[in-house]
Design a protein around this ligand. Structure first.
Ligand SMILES: [Zn+2]
Ligand SMILES: [Zn+2]
Length: 183
């Protein structure tokens, strides 16, 4: 099995409830060391000022310059709104080649209490981390690796991987806590 280390990096504002929950989640799912890095602000020039949103691809490229090494996974938690060309908004984005993932909170806050937001963030974090580890989108709508077109898709899926995605993770060399596999 391959050894992983995770770094969480809060971007924009430090939402302690979210950051602590993601920390616990990653430790619980992957049984690895997870460190929280200091709060960083994202450079203003990564933003499309006409749209008032960050360009997700530019955020990824910027985060790529911060990653300590390829054996580490960097998970950004950005209290911002983002898009990529072709999509009006994104909940998150990942680069499997560099180990960088980032989740954007703005759209996840839609009609959400803090408890609901925490659950949505868990799903999007496990989704983007899944991409980092080599998973593709999954047709099982309950599986965390299903593509969320809307917040309804996010609410429908679980913060768990289906058996196929679980097997694929094993094949890729990653064993996860079975509690996070849909039975
Ligand atoms: Zn995806
Ligand atoms: Zn799946």
């Amino acid at each position: 099995m391959r050894k992983l280390a995770f770094y969480i990096i809060p971007l924009g504002t430090y939402n302690e409830g979210i950051v602590n929950d993601v920390h616990r989640l990653l430790v619980d799912v992957f049984r690895v060391e997870v460190k929280v890095l200091n709060l960083l602000s994202m450079p203003e020039d990564l933003k499309n000022h006409y749209r008032g949103q960050y360009n997700g691809l530019r955020v990824l490229n910027w985060l790529n310059t911060l990653i300590p090494s390829r054996e580490e996974v960097l998970v950004g938690i950005a209290d911002e709104d983002a898009y990529v060309p072709g999509l009006n908004f994104i909940f998150g984005i990942a680069d499997p080649n560099t180990g960088v993932a980032v989740v954007f909170l703005e759209r996840l806050k839609t009609d959400a209490t803090m408890d609901k937001l925490v659950v949505r963030v868990r799903k999007e974090v496990l989704h983007e981390v899944g991409h980092v580890l080599g998973l593709k989108h999954c047709p099982n709508r309950r599986c965390v690796m299903t593509f969320s077109n809307s917040i309804y898709d996010t609410d429908y899926k679980e913060y768990k991987y289906c058996r196929q995605c679980y097997s694929e993770l094993l094949r890729l060399g990653y064993r996860i806590n079975i509690d996070y596999v849909i039975t």
